[in-house]
Write a protein that binds this ligand. Structure first.
Ligand SMILES: [Zn+2]
Length: 392
């Protein structure tokens, strides 16, 4: 599975579009009054209820709709806009379910868990399997950060995951988010729609016998616990981790998040633990796939590698450089969490204070890091390499 060909391409496209919208003064909703906007886009009219997150000097808006979809709306697209005294409220589950079903082809159903709405047209057993995997990740994610000094806020609405029955129908839907890059991407998190989108993996790479009917979580586990499926399952856990990061306050959607950190965090959590039905022992295990990649590129590693990662995201989007960038991002995240936990936590907290669209410059990105870790980056890199050489 080639990482760079995943959702992150989409994230980047989004960020680029944002910059074109112009960054302006900030108007972060404090009183959380409800705002309403009507707009016309591609010939269709939309009426949105939600709240303005950022307003540009040019009249453009970053708007959070009440289904947690973020909209970037140019001045030209806006037909009308109003606010009222009622306070902002998310759609309740029934309303959200109704909206989701309306947006998808006929035949989708909803599986509701404590924190998720799994919208699916594959087998109910698979939807339930996903729901249980995601709930375990959810508990492990909040538990991990609490144990490590970050008290996150649990989302006050359910998170949405869409599961298509097969690759074909998934690809058709994904095209609108990913363009033509869908073929190698088996699941993604869309930072604007706030949804994870994927398809039934039991059919992937001939893991299951053709025609075999899947009716139980045990069968699904049997199929997906094969070594050939490890990376496949890791991908959907990876994407769900992005979603959790952005819905818990650990990271801010469209905030100043360096790529290496967002991806490093997702890779830190991605190894699933399918054997355990209750816990999640996989967090913080050595990601052997990434470690191998890291070592492969050691000989060509420049002494200012950390500075490069801190400053620029470009490599993550280049097909020939991304694999290495991801491995280095995992290694840096792992190393910092294992050897400088307190500072790392402080660093994440600082970044989470960057408001949406408040894109820091390259110099600021490096300075933020230096200020907190207080170390020469080249010295840190020497230590990182030594640490990674010893890792098993
Ligand atoms: Zn990712």
């Amino acid at each position: 599975m080639n990482r760079p060909q995943r959702s992150d391409i989409n994230r980047w496209k989004t960020a680029r579009r944002l910059l074109a919208v112009a960054i302006p003064y900030l108007l972060l909703s404090t009183a959380q009054a409800a705002d309403h906007v009507s707009l016309e886009r591609d010939g269709a009219r939309h009426h949105l209820d939600g709240k303005v997150v950022v307003e540009g000097q040019d009249g453009s808006l970053l708007f959070m709709a009440n289904d947690s979809v973020l909209w970037l709306i140019s001045k030209e697209e806006q037909l009308s806009r109003s606010s009222d005294d009622e306070s902002f409220k998310w759609l309740d589950d029934e309303q959200l379910e109704k909206r989701l079903l309306k947006q998808l082809p006929v035949g989708f159903k909803i599986h509701r868990t404590a924190h998720y709405l799994i919208v699916y047209n594959t087998s109910p057993a698979y939807a339930a399997w996903c729901g249980s995997l995601y709930e375990r990740l959810y508990r492990a994610f909040f538990g991990f950060w609490k144990k490590n000094g970050i008290e996150l806020e649990e989302p006050d609405h359910r998170l949405v995951a869409i599961v298509f029955r097969d690759k074909g129908s998934y690809a058709q839907y994904a095209r609108r988010d990913l363009g033509d890059a869908t073929s190698g991407i088996i699941g993604y998190y869309n930072i604007l729609s706030n949804r994870v989108v994927m398809y039934d993996l039991t059919g992937v790479n001939a893991l299951a016998r053709p025609g075999r009917r899947i009716t139980s979580a045990r069968q699904i586990n049997q199929i997906l616990m094969q070594p050939a499926a490890e990376r496949t399952v890791a991908t959907i856990v990876h994407e769900a981790t992005h979603q959790l990061s952005y819905n818990s306050g650990l990271q801010i959607r469209l905030g100043g998040n360096p790529f290496w950190l967002s991806e490093g965090l997702a890779m830190f959590f991605e190894s699933p633990d399918l054997k355990s039905s209750r816990g999640w022992r996989g967090i913080g295990n050595v990601n052997s796939v990434q470690l191998l990649q890291f070592r492969k590129h050691l000989r060509e590693r420049a002494p200012d590698r950390i500075s490069e990662l801190l400053r620029r995201d470009a490599e993550f989007r280049q097909a020939d450089a991304a694999q290495r960038a991801y491995a280095d991002a995992w290694a840096l995240t792992y190393f910092l969490l294992k050897t400088r936990k307190q500072q790392f936590v402080q660093y994440i907290k600082t970044l989470a204070e960057t408001p949406p669209l408040g894109e820091p410059s390259e110099e600021e990105r490096e300075a933020q890091f230096r200020d907190i870790f207080g170390v020469e980056l080249e010295e840190m890199d020497t230590e990182l390499i030594r640490y990674m050489r010893r890792l098993r």
